[in-house]
Design a protein around this ligand. Structure first.
Ligand SMILES: C[S@@+](CC[C@H](N)C(=O)[O-])C[C@H]1O[C@@H](n2cnc3c(N)ncnc32)[C@H](O)[C@@H]1O
Length: 476
């Protein structure tokens, strides 16, 4: 094997995409990860990191094109931290996602010959996101093309956009993003111009002072409602500047239905504030999923790609196989969307969630949809699931459990409790095939994996979601 060390330049053929999205080449059997390459390409690359079992390299030049390469949709591809697969044919994206699910289940979960279906594509591959967060910065990142122009008039002191790939502290001015609507992009440009002209500085994450911090836009894809959330630091003049910006947005963009201001007084770079000041409009938007209406506030969690989520929920309902007499538990229920989606097909549904405001939203959403057979409980599931006192009155033991944990998967105590409760059926929804595989492995002594259905909720990224049907094994 050629000796690889940091700085070595090599020519290699890319043979696969690893789980997580990086490309993989083998050089004399040694694994080399490449950040931006596609299977089928032959590339010249430089090693930037060398470890015992693998190396990491950056692509210097593409020597042979991949048959699966397509023109990227947006001009920021490569610089932007999102959409790393935008130059890969969509059918290939789906094929790799399926393979990653299969590999995780087989290698990490010992779910051999898992019955994994074809990935259900997203109904939309552009404009599919209903929420995006844009960051203000006083250090605008210039693209290589802008630098090459040697134009001294570029204002580098103000940016509103997304983070540069791999750099949490660098922001480029976004002009063209295909994930939200063109209307949202117009709002970003207008807010940037207005804020830049306000005389107040963007927030500096180095000095921890300044005014403009984040712009969040939420869109109801089915309702056309649009919420603008402006997050600033706590500085004199911020409130007046935001009020003027709010008035300007109201006059300029009739498609914005509400505008909100929050102040983030902490050093944490999160697009959230301590309080919400509604500038105008109802302060919330509504979205439709199936025949249900959901109320979404500035800070509440809601599925980001609602059109694809609708298919995922329908599959969760199909896999649950409800006949109307069952008690269903919806673990990690968020604002109750799965619970409400299945409620009409069950006798009773109990949703469990750790975030109190999400539970408040869940009750509001139940009322909005005239659903009266759901109860929602706040608490950490690892405690609540085992303790009838914490579960509270009116929560019968489940016939069917639907679980939709965060990326980290279920806490071992939750899995253990499921084994003890032993519902007839478990429907596992997951946004991380690796932790899904780990959790399924723990359930295998008592459950059989009947069906695995992957979904693409995030086109052009390596993310993949799954719905799994598990049936309790009959006693021998
Ligand atoms: C992937 S989201 C699922 C949301 C919901 N099922 C939906 O489709 O909108 C995971 C949820 O788990 C909640 N969560 C995270 N850790 C938790 C815990 N330890 N106990 C209960 N809920 C938790 C999060 O707040 C979040 O709402």
């Amino acid at each position: 094997m050629a000796t690889l060390r940091k700085g070595t330049e090599l020519d290699c053929s890319v043979d696969k995409l690893a789980f997580g999205g990086r490309a993989v080449a083998r050089v004399d059997g040694f694994v080399v990860f490449l950040d931006r390459a596609l299977p089928g390409q032959k590339v010249r690359a430089r090693v930037v990191k060398k470890r015992k079992n693998y190396a990491e390299a950056v692509v210097l030049e593409v020597l042979e094109a991949s048959p699966h390469q397509v023109e990227p949709l947006c001009t920021h591809f490569g610089v932007c931290g999102g959409c790393r697969w935008q130059d890969l044919d969509y059918g290939e994206q789906l094929a790799w996602k399926r393979r990653h699910v299969q590999e995780c289940l087989e290698h990490l979960g010992d779910v051999l010959e898992a019955p994994v279906g074809e990935v259900v594509p997203s109904p939309r591959t552009e404009c599919y996101r209903n929420k995006m967060e844009f960051t203000f910065s006083g250090y605008r990142w210039l693209s290589p093309e802008e630098i090459a122009r040697k134009d001294e008039t570029f204002d580098r002191s103000f940016a509103l956009g997304l983070h540069v790939r791999g750099h949490f502290d660098r922001v480029f001015d976004i002009g063209d993003c295909r994930l939200q609507s063109p209307e949202a992009m117009d709002i970003v440009a207008a807010v940037r111009d207005f804020a830049r002209g306000s005389g107040l500085p963007p927030y500096s994450i180095r000095e921890h002072r300044g005014c403009w911090r984040f712009l969040v836009i939420r869109e109801g894809k089915r309702t056309g409602q649009r919420l603008v959330h402006l997050i600033t630091g706590d500085v004199p003049g911020a409130e007046e500047a935001v009020d003027s910006l709010g008035d300007f947005l109201r006059e300029t963009f009739p498609h914005i239905t509400t505008c909100i201001h929050s102040v983030n007084r902490t050093r944490a770079q999160v697009a959230q504030g301590d309080d919400e000041r509604i500038l105008w409009g109802p302060g919330v938007i509504e979205e439709q999923l199936g025949d249900l209406r959901f109320r979404i506030s500035a800070q509440s969690f809601f599925q980001t790609n609602p059109m694809a989520a609708e298919h995922l929920y329908q599959t969760a309902l199909d896999f649950a196989g409800l006949e109307g007499s069952e008690t269903v538990w919806d673990l990690y229920c968020g604002t109750g969307s799965i619970a409400l989606f299945v409620a009409r097909h069950a006798r009773k549904v109990a949703g469990f969630e750790v975030v109190e405001s999400a539970i408040e939203d869940a009750y509001r959403n139940a009322a909005l949809n005239d659903v009266d057979n759901c109860v929602f409980r706040v608490g950490d599931l690892k405690d609540v699931i085992r303790d009838p006192a914490l579960r509270g009155p009116g929560v019968d033991l489940p016939d069917v459990v639907i679980t939709d944990p965060p990326r980290a998967g279920m806490h071992p105590h939750v899995v253990q409790a499921l084994l003890e409760l032993a519902p007839q059926r478990i429907v596992a929804v997951s946004c991380n095939p690796a932790t899904l595989a780990r959790d399924l492995a723990l359930l295998l002594p008592k459950y059989r994996v009947c069906r695995v259905q992957p979904f693409d909720l995030f086109p052009h990224t390596p993310h993949v979601e799954c719905v799994v049907q598990l049936d309790r094994k009959s006693k021998a």
